[in-house]
Design a protein around this ligand. Structure first.
Ligand SMILES: [Zn+2]
Length: 271
């Protein structure tokens, strides 16, 4: 008899807890506007130690189509977090937007530039490479080739701010707050995106500028342009700035490029 009562009381507590949980969940759902087309498509390098997810926001209209990647260098985190934020609040209406937030996911987990090798030094990669970054670069290229975006944007960060004199004198890699192109004559697309980005930045010192960087055979951007004939540009935020500020700059860049690519979307962080 005693056991029976204990059993019933316990069951009642269980049922109450379950009901409370369901209520909380329903309430959370009703407050949250769902983005219905949010899709985790698959991963690059499925089943390998470098397996990393990509996300594609699809609509009924496939083009215009943009691919944005971050984490080619695992410790340049502002672009990675910016993608997380944009994916949460964007609602794409026309066109396709794809993200690969953590290209070198192992390097990201270890908060380092690369593991066996700097990934941005081994493009276009090698499918039988001994170091995993070489195989990852190969699979990344294969993904871009099959996906066929109109443009690819690579999100990076640099330790120092761009300084023209310093660059001309020493060819120093000071690329903070720049949009990099390997074309000496930047296309209208890039100039327009730059204007959109800088419109959001009030501090003159941290407005972006376009920087020409000569062709480098081992870089992802140059291989996308050269081998796949797809335009590609690189964003570099200044890494000594506070993280939240860098994330905001990266968000401006992502949204400006998506906009300039002709994709129709809403973006409302108040959701
Ligand atoms: Zn980088």
């Amino acid at each position: 008899m005693m056991l029976c009562i204990i059993y019933f009381v316990t069951m009642k507590i269980y049922i109450s807890i379950i009901l409370i949980l369901i209520t909380v969940q329903l309430r959370a759902q009703s407050n949250y506007k769902r983005i219905t087309h949010f899709v985790l498509d698959a991963t690059i390098g499925a089943g390998t130690e470098y397996e990393t997810p990509y996300y594609i926001l699809r609509t009924e209209k496939e083009y215009p189509k943009i691919l944005i990647d971050a984490g080619i260098h695992g410790d340049e985190v502002a672009g990675i977090y910016a993608i997380d934020t944009v994916m949460k609040y964007i609602n794409v209406r026309e066109g396709t937007v794809a993200f690969i937030p953590k290209v070198n996911i192992q390097a990201y987990r270890n908060n380092t530039r690369g593991m066996g090798e700097d990934l941005n030094q081994v493009f276009p990669g090698n499918k039988d490479g001994k170091i995993y970054e070489e195989r990852l670069a190969y699979e990344f290229m294969k993904f871009v080739e099959e996906f066929r975006p109109d443009v690819v944007i690579n999100l990076h960060e640099a330790w120092t701010k761009f300084d023209e004199n310093w660059y001309n004198k020493k060819k120093d890699k000071s690329f903070g707050q720049t949009l990099i192109t390997n074309s000496e004559d930047p296309p209208r697309f890039l100039k327009n995106a730059l204007n959109r980005i800088n419109y959001n930045i009030t501090n003159e010192e941290y407005k972006f500028r376009i920087q020409y960087f000569p062709f480098k055979p081992n870089h992802s951007m140059d291989n996308i342009i050269d081998k796949l004939k797809i335009p590609s540009y690189t964003v570099e935020t200044l890494r000594i700035l506070p993280l939240q500020e860098r994330i905001n700059y990266q968000i401006y860049c992502i949204l400006s490029f998506i906009d300039e690519a002709g994709i129709i979307f809403d973006y409302d962080p108040a959701w």
